[in-house]
Design a protein around this ligand. Sequence first.
Ligand SMILES: [Fe+2]
Ligand SMILES: [Fe+2]
Ligand SMILES: [Fe+2]
Length: 417
Amino acid sequence: MKLHATAVPQAVSVDLDHAILALSDALDFIGVDEIGHGHRVALMAALCAQSLEWEPDWRHRLVRAALLHDCGVSSTREHRALVDEIVWEGEHAHCERGFAYLGSVPPLAHLAPIVLEHHTPWAHLRHRGVEPSVALTANLIYLVDRADAVHARGVTEGKPLLDVLGRYEDSHFAPELMVVFRDQAMREAFWFVQEEPTLHERVADLLGTAPPVPLSMVEIKGLAGMFGRIIDAKSPYTERHSMGVAKVALRLGRHFGLPSATLDMMEVAALLHDLGKLRIPDELLDKQGPLSAEERRRMARHAFDTYEVLRRAFGDGPLARWAAFHHEYVSGHGYPFHFDNGDLPPEARIIAVADVLQALAQRRPYRQPLGPAEIAAILDGMVFGGKLDGGVVEAVKQDLDAYWQDAVAQEGGNPAS
Ligand SMILES: [Fe+2]
Ligand SMILES: [Fe+2]
Ligand SMILES: [Fe+2]
Protein backbone atom coordinates (compact mmCIF):
# COMPACT_ATOMS: atom_id res chain seq x y z
CA MET A 1 0.00 0.00 0.00
CA LYS A 2 1.21 3.54 -0.69
CA LEU A 3 0.60 6.45 1.64
CA HIS A 4 0.64 10.00 0.34
CA ALA A 5 2.59 12.03 2.86
CA THR A 6 1.33 15.49 3.74
CA ALA A 7 3.49 18.11 2.03
CA VAL A 8 5.63 19.75 4.71
CA PRO A 9 8.07 22.61 4.46
CA GLN A 10 11.70 21.44 4.31
CA ALA A 11 12.69 23.57 7.28
CA VAL A 12 10.43 24.13 10.29
CA SER A 13 11.28 27.39 11.91
CA VAL A 14 10.82 27.45 15.69
CA ASP A 15 12.08 30.14 18.02
CA LEU A 16 13.36 29.00 21.43
CA ASP A 17 11.35 31.50 23.50
CA HIS A 18 8.24 30.83 21.48
CA ALA A 19 8.62 27.12 22.22
CA ILE A 20 9.34 27.75 25.93
CA LEU A 21 6.22 29.91 26.21
CA ALA A 22 3.96 27.31 24.60
CA LEU A 23 5.44 24.29 26.36
CA SER A 24 5.32 26.03 29.73
CA ASP A 25 1.55 26.15 29.26
CA ALA A 26 1.63 22.35 29.26
CA LEU A 27 3.67 22.34 32.48
CA ASP A 28 1.18 24.75 33.99
CA PHE A 29 -1.59 22.22 33.24
CA ILE A 30 -0.22 20.11 36.08
CA GLY A 31 -1.94 22.51 38.48
CA VAL A 32 -5.20 20.99 37.07
CA ASP A 33 -7.70 23.47 38.55
CA GLU A 34 -5.03 25.93 39.61
CA ILE A 35 -3.27 26.36 36.26
CA GLY A 36 -0.82 29.17 35.45
CA HIS A 37 1.70 28.63 38.27
CA GLY A 38 4.83 28.90 36.08
CA HIS A 39 3.52 32.02 34.38
CA ARG A 40 2.69 33.71 37.69
CA VAL A 41 6.12 32.84 39.09
CA ALA A 42 7.77 34.23 35.95
CA LEU A 43 5.81 37.48 36.09
CA MET A 44 6.29 38.07 39.83
CA ALA A 45 10.01 37.32 39.53
CA ALA A 46 10.37 39.64 36.52
CA LEU A 47 8.65 42.52 38.35
CA CYS A 48 10.98 42.07 41.33
CA ALA A 49 14.03 41.82 39.01
CA GLN A 50 13.02 45.11 37.38
CA SER A 51 13.02 46.79 40.80
CA LEU A 52 16.38 45.19 41.52
CA GLU A 53 17.64 46.68 38.24
CA TRP A 54 19.04 43.38 37.00
CA GLU A 55 20.49 43.57 33.47
CA PRO A 56 18.12 42.64 30.57
CA ASP A 57 20.02 39.41 29.79
CA TRP A 58 19.84 38.33 33.41
CA ARG A 59 16.11 39.08 33.54
CA HIS A 60 15.58 37.16 30.33
CA ARG A 61 17.30 34.07 31.77
CA LEU A 62 15.23 34.50 34.94
CA VAL A 63 11.93 34.46 33.00
CA ARG A 64 12.93 31.38 31.00
CA ALA A 65 14.01 29.54 34.16
CA ALA A 66 10.87 30.61 36.01
CA LEU A 67 8.59 29.33 33.23
CA LEU A 68 10.31 25.94 33.29
CA HIS A 69 11.22 25.77 36.99
CA ASP A 70 8.77 22.94 37.73
CA CYS A 71 9.61 20.78 34.71
CA GLY A 72 10.68 18.08 37.20
CA VAL A 73 7.06 17.75 38.36
CA SER A 74 4.83 15.55 36.22
CA SER A 75 2.42 14.23 38.78
CA THR A 76 -0.57 16.24 39.94
CA ARG A 77 -0.12 14.65 43.42
CA GLU A 78 3.40 16.02 43.73
CA HIS A 79 2.22 19.39 42.45
CA ARG A 80 -0.43 19.45 45.16
CA ALA A 81 2.14 18.58 47.86
CA LEU A 82 4.27 21.49 46.67
CA VAL A 83 1.35 23.88 47.03
CA ASP A 84 0.14 22.54 50.38
CA GLU A 85 3.41 22.91 52.29
CA ILE A 86 5.77 25.87 52.38
CA VAL A 87 8.73 23.63 53.15
CA TRP A 88 8.37 19.95 52.32
CA GLU A 89 10.74 17.08 52.85
CA GLY A 90 10.45 15.66 49.31
CA GLU A 91 10.74 18.98 47.51
CA HIS A 92 14.32 18.52 46.21
CA ALA A 93 13.53 15.52 44.04
CA HIS A 94 11.78 17.71 41.46
CA CYS A 95 14.71 20.17 41.42
CA GLU A 96 17.11 17.35 40.61
CA ARG A 97 14.83 15.91 37.93
CA GLY A 98 14.43 19.38 36.40
CA PHE A 99 18.21 19.84 36.46
CA ALA A 100 18.70 16.54 34.62
CA TYR A 101 15.99 17.27 32.01
CA LEU A 102 17.23 20.78 31.22
CA GLY A 103 20.89 19.76 31.27
CA SER A 104 20.17 17.19 28.56
CA VAL A 105 18.89 19.79 26.08
CA PRO A 106 21.71 22.14 24.97
CA PRO A 107 19.58 25.28 24.31
CA LEU A 108 18.13 24.98 27.84
CA ALA A 109 21.21 23.73 29.70
CA HIS A 110 22.04 27.25 30.96
CA LEU A 111 18.83 27.11 33.05
CA ALA A 112 19.65 23.80 34.75
CA PRO A 113 21.82 25.19 37.63
CA ILE A 114 19.07 27.71 38.50
CA VAL A 115 16.35 25.07 38.57
CA LEU A 116 18.55 22.79 40.69
CA GLU A 117 18.68 25.40 43.49
CA HIS A 118 15.14 26.76 43.36
CA HIS A 119 14.20 25.14 46.69
CA THR A 120 17.58 25.54 48.44
CA PRO A 121 17.25 27.70 51.58
CA TRP A 122 19.31 30.89 51.33
CA ALA A 123 21.25 30.03 54.50
CA HIS A 124 22.71 27.02 52.61
CA LEU A 125 22.78 28.43 49.12
CA ARG A 126 24.92 31.46 49.98
CA HIS A 127 27.70 29.14 51.19
CA ARG A 128 27.58 26.63 48.36
CA GLY A 129 29.88 28.51 46.02
CA VAL A 130 27.13 28.91 43.40
CA GLU A 131 27.75 31.79 41.00
CA PRO A 132 26.03 34.84 42.63
CA SER A 133 23.63 35.65 39.76
CA VAL A 134 22.55 31.98 39.60
CA ALA A 135 22.06 31.86 43.38
CA LEU A 136 20.00 35.06 43.43
CA THR A 137 17.92 33.98 40.40
CA ALA A 138 17.17 30.62 42.00
CA ASN A 139 16.30 32.22 45.32
CA LEU A 140 14.01 34.80 43.71
CA ILE A 141 12.17 31.99 41.93
CA TYR A 142 11.94 30.15 45.28
CA LEU A 143 10.50 33.21 47.01
CA VAL A 144 7.79 34.01 44.46
CA ASP A 145 7.08 30.30 43.97
CA ARG A 146 6.29 30.03 47.69
CA ALA A 147 4.26 33.27 47.47
CA ASP A 148 2.12 31.66 44.75
CA ALA A 149 1.70 28.50 46.84
CA VAL A 150 0.66 30.46 49.94
CA HIS A 151 -1.71 32.56 47.84
CA ALA A 152 -3.25 29.45 46.27
CA ARG A 153 -3.96 28.13 49.77
CA GLY A 154 -6.19 31.15 50.35
CA VAL A 155 -3.88 33.46 52.33
CA THR A 156 -4.83 37.03 51.45
CA GLU A 157 -2.40 38.95 49.24
CA GLY A 158 -0.49 41.85 50.79
CA LYS A 159 0.29 41.89 54.51
CA PRO A 160 -1.11 38.48 55.57
CA LEU A 161 0.94 36.78 52.84
CA LEU A 162 4.05 38.76 53.77
CA ASP A 163 3.59 37.76 57.43
CA VAL A 164 3.73 34.09 56.44
CA LEU A 165 6.76 34.41 54.13
CA GLY A 166 8.54 36.89 56.43
CA ARG A 167 9.10 34.03 58.90
CA TYR A 168 11.48 32.49 56.36
CA GLU A 169 13.54 35.62 55.67
CA ASP A 170 17.28 35.03 56.06
CA SER A 171 16.87 31.29 56.60
CA HIS A 172 15.15 30.57 53.25
CA PHE A 173 15.00 33.83 51.31
CA ALA A 174 17.75 36.41 50.74
CA PRO A 175 16.98 39.63 52.68
CA GLU A 176 17.75 41.81 49.62
CA LEU A 177 15.07 39.91 47.66
CA MET A 178 12.57 40.15 50.53
CA VAL A 179 12.96 43.96 50.50
CA VAL A 180 11.77 44.28 46.89
CA PHE A 181 9.17 41.55 47.23
CA ARG A 182 7.68 43.35 50.27
CA ASP A 183 7.46 46.54 48.28
CA GLN A 184 5.83 44.81 45.28
CA ALA A 185 3.44 42.65 47.27
CA MET A 186 1.82 45.67 48.93
CA ARG A 187 0.71 47.02 45.51
CA GLU A 188 -2.68 45.80 44.28
CA ALA A 189 -1.45 45.93 40.69
CA PHE A 190 1.18 43.28 41.45
CA TRP A 191 -1.68 40.83 42.06
CA PHE A 192 -4.11 42.12 39.43
CA VAL A 193 -1.56 41.64 36.67
CA GLN A 194 -1.34 37.93 37.53
CA GLU A 195 -4.95 37.40 36.47
CA GLU A 196 -5.87 36.34 32.93
CA PRO A 197 -5.71 37.57 30.24
CA THR A 198 -3.07 40.03 31.48
CA LEU A 199 -0.89 37.23 32.82
CA HIS A 200 -0.31 35.55 29.46
CA GLU A 201 0.03 38.85 27.60
CA ARG A 202 2.61 40.23 30.01
CA VAL A 203 4.69 37.06 30.14
CA ALA A 204 4.75 36.94 26.32
CA ASP A 205 5.90 40.58 26.32
CA LEU A 206 8.73 39.74 28.72
CA LEU A 207 10.18 37.22 26.29
CA GLY A 208 9.27 39.13 23.14
CA THR A 209 12.02 41.72 23.49
CA ALA A 210 15.03 39.50 22.72
CA PRO A 211 16.14 38.58 19.19
CA PRO A 212 14.77 35.18 18.05
CA VAL A 213 16.86 32.05 18.63
CA PRO A 214 15.93 29.63 15.81
CA LEU A 215 16.16 25.97 16.78
CA SER A 216 17.61 23.31 14.50
CA MET A 217 15.64 20.08 13.92
CA VAL A 218 18.08 18.25 16.22
CA GLU A 219 17.34 20.81 18.96
CA ILE A 220 13.59 20.59 18.37
CA LYS A 221 13.80 16.80 18.71
CA GLY A 222 15.84 17.21 21.90
CA LEU A 223 13.19 19.52 23.35
CA ALA A 224 10.41 17.15 22.30
CA GLY A 225 12.29 14.23 23.85
CA MET A 226 12.56 16.13 27.13
CA PHE A 227 8.84 16.86 27.18
CA GLY A 228 8.11 13.27 26.18
CA ARG A 229 10.00 12.16 29.30
CA ILE A 230 8.05 14.64 31.44
CA ILE A 231 4.75 13.31 30.06
CA ASP A 232 5.76 9.67 30.54
CA ALA A 233 6.96 10.33 34.11
CA LYS A 234 3.38 11.13 35.07
CA SER A 235 2.60 7.51 35.78
CA PRO A 236 4.71 4.37 36.21
CA TYR A 237 2.38 2.75 33.66
CA THR A 238 3.30 5.18 30.91
CA GLU A 239 7.07 5.06 31.37
CA ARG A 240 8.70 5.35 27.90
CA HIS A 241 5.29 5.45 26.18
CA SER A 242 5.98 8.58 24.10
CA MET A 243 9.42 7.35 23.08
CA GLY A 244 8.00 3.95 22.11
CA VAL A 245 5.24 5.57 20.04
CA ALA A 246 7.85 7.70 18.27
CA LYS A 247 10.00 4.65 17.47
CA VAL A 248 7.07 2.66 16.08
CA ALA A 249 5.82 5.65 14.07
CA LEU A 250 9.26 6.21 12.59
CA ARG A 251 9.60 2.60 11.48
CA LEU A 252 6.15 2.81 9.88
CA GLY A 253 7.03 6.11 8.21
CA ARG A 254 10.17 4.58 6.75
CA HIS A 255 8.22 1.53 5.59
CA PHE A 256 5.87 3.81 3.64
CA GLY A 257 8.82 5.77 2.23
CA LEU A 258 7.90 9.10 3.78
CA PRO A 259 10.43 11.88 3.12
CA SER A 260 12.98 12.64 5.84
CA ALA A 261 11.50 16.09 6.66
CA THR A 262 8.17 14.36 7.27
CA LEU A 263 9.82 11.70 9.42
CA ASP A 264 11.48 14.38 11.56
CA MET A 265 8.20 16.16 12.16
CA MET A 266 6.35 12.94 12.78
CA GLU A 267 8.90 11.97 15.42
CA VAL A 268 8.34 15.30 17.20
CA ALA A 269 4.56 14.92 16.93
CA ALA A 270 4.73 11.36 18.31
CA LEU A 271 6.94 12.40 21.25
CA LEU A 272 4.47 15.14 22.15
CA HIS A 273 1.13 13.49 21.29
CA ASP A 274 0.08 13.10 24.94
CA LEU A 275 1.22 16.55 26.12
CA GLY A 276 -2.36 17.34 27.17
CA LYS A 277 -2.26 14.40 29.60
CA LEU A 278 -0.36 16.62 32.01
CA ARG A 279 -3.73 18.13 32.84
CA ILE A 280 -5.32 14.82 33.84
CA PRO A 281 -5.24 14.19 37.60
CA ASP A 282 -3.08 11.16 38.50
CA GLU A 283 -6.00 9.45 40.23
CA LEU A 284 -8.04 9.57 37.04
CA LEU A 285 -5.21 8.38 34.80
CA ASP A 286 -4.58 5.35 37.02
CA LYS A 287 -8.26 4.68 37.75
CA GLN A 288 -9.52 1.15 37.31
CA GLY A 289 -13.13 0.57 36.41
CA PRO A 290 -15.68 2.64 34.55
CA LEU A 291 -15.41 6.41 34.24
CA SER A 292 -18.18 8.90 34.90
CA ALA A 293 -19.30 11.21 32.08
CA GLU A 294 -17.29 14.05 33.63
CA GLU A 295 -14.18 11.86 33.93
CA ARG A 296 -14.52 10.77 30.30
CA ARG A 297 -14.75 14.40 29.26
CA ARG A 298 -11.62 15.21 31.24
CA MET A 299 -9.77 12.33 29.59
CA ALA A 300 -10.98 13.24 26.11
CA ARG A 301 -9.73 16.78 26.35
CA HIS A 302 -6.06 15.71 26.52
CA ALA A 303 -5.83 15.42 22.73
CA PHE A 304 -7.44 18.84 22.38
CA ASP A 305 -4.99 20.35 24.88
CA THR A 306 -2.11 18.78 22.95
CA TYR A 307 -3.43 20.50 19.83
CA GLU A 308 -3.69 23.91 21.48
CA VAL A 309 -0.17 23.82 22.94
CA LEU A 310 1.45 22.50 19.77
CA ARG A 311 -0.21 24.98 17.48
CA ARG A 312 1.13 27.74 19.71
CA ALA A 313 4.62 26.19 19.71
CA PHE A 314 4.86 25.12 16.06
CA GLY A 315 2.03 26.99 14.31
CA ASP A 316 -1.36 25.69 13.17
CA GLY A 317 0.22 23.21 10.78
CA PRO A 318 0.65 19.49 10.24
CA LEU A 319 2.73 18.79 13.36
CA ALA A 320 -0.02 19.86 15.77
CA ARG A 321 -2.60 17.84 13.82
CA TRP A 322 -0.57 14.64 13.53
CA ALA A 323 -0.06 14.71 17.30
CA ALA A 324 -3.56 15.71 18.33
CA PHE A 325 -5.52 13.34 16.09
CA HIS A 326 -4.22 10.17 17.73
CA HIS A 327 -7.62 9.21 19.18
CA GLU A 328 -9.60 9.94 16.02
CA TYR A 329 -11.02 6.88 14.22
CA VAL A 330 -11.17 6.40 10.47
CA SER A 331 -14.95 5.93 10.97
CA GLY A 332 -15.25 9.43 12.47
CA HIS A 333 -16.30 8.01 15.86
CA GLY A 334 -13.07 8.80 17.71
CA TYR A 335 -12.44 11.92 19.80
CA PRO A 336 -12.28 14.86 20.35
CA PHE A 337 -12.65 16.30 16.80
CA HIS A 338 -14.58 13.40 15.19
CA PHE A 339 -12.63 13.62 11.95
CA ASP A 340 -12.90 10.65 9.62
CA ASN A 341 -10.77 8.90 7.04
CA GLY A 342 -11.04 11.77 4.58
CA ASP A 343 -9.72 14.29 7.11
CA LEU A 344 -7.04 12.23 8.78
CA PRO A 345 -3.57 12.68 7.29
CA PRO A 346 -1.58 9.44 6.90
CA GLU A 347 0.93 10.59 9.50
CA ALA A 348 -1.89 10.94 12.07
CA ARG A 349 -3.15 7.44 11.20
CA ILE A 350 0.37 6.09 11.69
CA ILE A 351 0.71 7.76 15.10
CA ALA A 352 -2.74 6.43 16.10
CA VAL A 353 -1.68 2.84 15.35
CA ALA A 354 1.71 3.34 17.08
CA ASP A 355 -0.10 4.72 20.15
CA VAL A 356 -2.41 1.70 20.47
CA LEU A 357 0.41 -0.76 19.80
CA GLN A 358 2.71 0.76 22.43
CA ALA A 359 -0.05 0.96 25.04
CA LEU A 360 -0.98 -2.70 24.49
CA ALA A 361 2.67 -3.75 24.81
CA GLN A 362 2.86 -2.04 28.19
CA ARG A 363 1.48 -3.01 31.60
CA ARG A 364 -1.64 -1.13 32.63
CA PRO A 365 -3.31 -1.03 36.07
CA TYR A 366 -5.97 -3.43 34.80
CA ARG A 367 -3.87 -5.86 32.70
CA GLN A 368 -0.46 -7.36 31.99
CA PRO A 369 1.57 -6.32 28.91
CA LEU A 370 0.42 -8.14 25.76
CA GLY A 371 2.63 -10.06 23.33
CA PRO A 372 2.86 -9.54 19.55
CA ALA A 373 0.20 -12.10 18.57
CA GLU A 374 -2.41 -10.76 21.02
CA ILE A 375 -1.68 -7.22 19.89
CA ALA A 376 -2.06 -8.13 16.21
CA ALA A 377 -5.48 -9.66 16.94
CA ILE A 378 -6.62 -6.52 18.78
CA LEU A 379 -5.33 -4.24 16.01
CA ASP A 380 -7.24 -6.35 13.46
CA GLY A 381 -10.39 -5.98 15.55
CA MET A 382 -9.89 -2.22 15.63
CA VAL A 383 -9.52 -2.10 11.84
CA PHE A 384 -12.72 -4.13 11.55
CA GLY A 385 -14.45 -1.70 13.94
CA GLY A 386 -13.47 1.32 11.80
CA LYS A 387 -11.02 2.60 14.38
CA LEU A 388 -7.57 2.18 12.82
CA ASP A 389 -6.22 2.36 9.28
CA GLY A 390 -6.11 -1.14 7.72
CA GLY A 391 -3.06 -0.44 5.55
CA VAL A 392 -1.01 0.78 8.50
CA VAL A 393 -2.01 -2.22 10.62
CA GLU A 394 -1.12 -4.54 7.71
CA ALA A 395 2.39 -3.01 7.66
CA VAL A 396 2.74 -3.67 11.40
CA LYS A 397 1.69 -7.30 10.94
CA GLN A 398 4.29 -7.84 8.21
CA ASP A 399 7.10 -7.09 10.66
CA LEU A 400 5.34 -7.65 13.95
CA ASP A 401 8.30 -8.52 16.16
CA ALA A 402 10.32 -5.48 15.10
CA TYR A 403 7.41 -3.14 15.87
CA TRP A 404 6.80 -4.84 19.20
CA GLN A 405 10.50 -4.48 20.10
CA ASP A 406 10.35 -0.77 19.23
CA ALA A 407 7.29 -0.35 21.42
CA VAL A 408 8.86 -1.89 24.50
CA ALA A 409 12.52 -0.90 24.00
CA GLN A 410 14.37 0.76 26.86
CA GLU A 411 16.24 3.99 26.21
CA GLY A 412 19.44 2.09 25.45
CA GLY A 413 17.55 0.01 22.89
CA ASN A 414 17.19 -3.19 24.94
CA PRO A 415 13.76 -4.75 25.12
CA ALA A 416 11.95 -4.19 28.41
CA SER A 417 11.50 -7.15 30.67
FE1 LIG B 1 6.90 25.83 41.58
FE1 LIG C 1 -3.56 9.97 24.17
FE1 LIG D 1 -0.52 7.97 23.96
